[in-house]
Design a protein. Sequence first.
Length: 662
Amino acid sequence: MFSALELTLVLLSAAVLGVVAFRMLHLPPMLGYLLVGILLGPHGFGLAEENQTTHTLAEFGVVFLMFSIGLEFSLPKLSSMRRTVFGLGMAQVLVTIIAVMGFAWLLAYLLPQFADISWQGAFAIGGALAMSSTAIVSKMLTERLELESEHGRRIISVLLFQDLAVVPLLILVPALGNPGKQLMATLAWAALKATFVLVLLLFFGQRMMRSWFRIVVKRRSQELFMLNLLLITLGAAWITEKAGLSLALGAFVAGMLISETEYKHQVEEDIKPFRDVLLGLFFITVGMLLNVSLVFKHGWLVLGLLAIVIVLKFSLITGLAKLFGASTGVAIRTGLGLAQAGEFGFVLLNQAGNLHLMDPLLVQVVLASMVLSMLAAPFILAKSDVIAMKLAANEWMMQSLALTQIATRTMSTQKHVIIAGFGRTGQSLAKVFEEERIPYHALDLDPDRVQEAQRAGAQVSYGDAARRESLMAAGIHRAAAMVITYASTPSALKVLHFTQELAPNMPVIVRSHDDSDLDRLRAAGATEVVPELFEASLMLASHALVQLGVPLRRVVHRVQAARDKRYASLRGYFHGASDAPDDAEQMQIRMHSVVLNEKAHAIGKSLGELNLSEFGTDVTAVRRGTARVEPVPGTLLQSGDIVVLRGSGESVALAEGRMLKG
């Protein structure tokens, strides 16, 4: 058997490979963790087993997830979404639990081998299946730019209530394990303890949290800030555990308390590494629970239950969304987005299994169907538009009406500017156009924003600029230019693709965050790309130069020269330990200084001979002592020279290798 270190290495290696594979397939990494657990667990290759250590660490993953969810539950946010959160969300959870309990009893009647399903077990299954995957759905909605769409808002509202509902469910399910006569007393005692602990944490914690954080922050120590964050999270979890409640409840309350402070965003960033790693371990342990041989043996039952769960949840949520005022198309998309199982469903099912509330075979079948539903979720969401079109008789009409409204507003407009995105940047741009009497028409996916702006007289319509039909309705063939005001490269590339197809000669100005995608956007057809980090640097520099007495004409000339050269002089920077790495780090332009020692291959050779441009690398400077040598092809390099390279991480590494080793 493996030692603790060997087991850790096996799990880490498999997790890395699994996450890489699922990232390459553009699927949520969580599914990779599940697959790793299935393969390595006692029912797979048997390389790892669920023990008390992995169970405790996995529980910490749930703790940090609940803490992160608590950070999102600010009272103002809940108040603004109260109708959908506490209306549609509450109805979805309650109706799903009731429907699943009814179906469980029917299943017990039709299949005698499951006849021992008690109402407590049926309730636990209902609570587990009422959950949907916040991690998968929010990621998919973000990638599809649908978070602010009508169905996106409904989906997020229901997910918010599901996350809230987990708190009482984590208290209720363990209480159901007590004998019938003690159940009401147990529930009443749990409710009393929960009320006391919550009042204690919320009342005293609210008063102390902001003041305590100020004391910690004034010490200006990142290490102390992180230690304090872990202390608060685990301390609150410990308090609720000692009260006989769940660890997750305390973490959730701690997150809620911090969400009311100005340190919320810093806390979110700092907690991510702990949350993601431990949550990954949680999903690995969930995968370990799945008995693959048993699932294959009862494959028809697993697939049947999978189909029933998806169809049942889809039908219930679609009907409820219609009942709460959604159009048929929006209701269908909402149902499709929430038809899968969720992360906390595994927690509730695991609790029910440990308390022996249901047959172990039933636990395995339900677990397998939940895992498969989550595997299917990205594919269902990707096809949601096609499914909505086929199922909703009036969906084509509704979309045609929306496009007709856009076309009606732009029909008499010539030589106008199409603004993609009407957020803060788009609205500021529109004000400038209005002052210059330049006609424009904006497209935005936030219905509330569009309605507010239309009332104020702004030329904006609800529509997706990344769709060919929307661009045609906005009069792209008559437009003078287009401006993409949001910094999303995937969406901008879609818009550029259709623009090149419909109006290839029309200038398109694109906003980007930095220079990492500048070349891709230019190659896709962008006339100008405006990296906001570079523009901020230029504005800071121009104000500083003016304050230092440099003539304004010279400052303007310098700024314009940087823009004319496509920010060439500003691209790339020296990376440090404080620069957070990301998935695309190796592709980003960076600066790197290489010191040539006496054994370096490049000594006595010219830059032209070395041909570093072969790797896509530029030499921006050569330092020789205190002097600066012009980096021309004929420059001969000497021992002690410092060569400054600019290029992607990979190309810079190759160029450095050639200079030092040949």
